[in-house]
Design a protein around this ligand. Sequence first.
Ligand SMILES: [Zn+2]
Length: 189
Amino acid sequence: MKRYVILTPLLALALISFAEDKPKAEAPKEAEKKEQPVMKVEKSDEDWRKMLTEEQFLVTRKAATERPHGAEYEKFNAQGEGTYYCVCCGSELFTSKEKFHSGCGWPSFYDQSKAKNITEKRDVSAGMVRVEVVCKVCDAHLGHVFEGEGFKTPTDRRYCINGVAMTFVEKGGKPPVPQGKAEKKEGEK
Ligand SMILES: [Zn+2]
């Protein structure tokens, strides 16, 4: 009888400590919440061709590179304050705040805009190891990013971007309608 009385509180203690351990095991889930799911825009080559020029299609969908110091670069150099959007899906990519003159012949930015719609990918094509930058929403090829070249910018990174991959909208102008949303028709779920 006595032994039974002594054991019971011990058993109760063991159960309490077991219950306390449980919430701790679930704690790492907080970190997973930060990554927001991206609403992807996917189209066939045929559909992309319908809405893009041949050069825009080859650059964004087939990872071609526009020629340096071309017409798009001249336009870029003349542009003032504004925002740069993905020519395929209308997602915000850069703003004029991150633009700088690198002299490389392609539009250059030292960082992406706060919208963070750009993803980096390792690219081993053309016998080089480079970091390709693509639109997070529609996977459009935009160009490459290089770092540590000694540019006196806040990041010392150079986003070397094809001008044809972007749509420029002047400050105060109307931004393009994002493709993902534009495709949804009224009444559609
Ligand atoms: Zn895009």
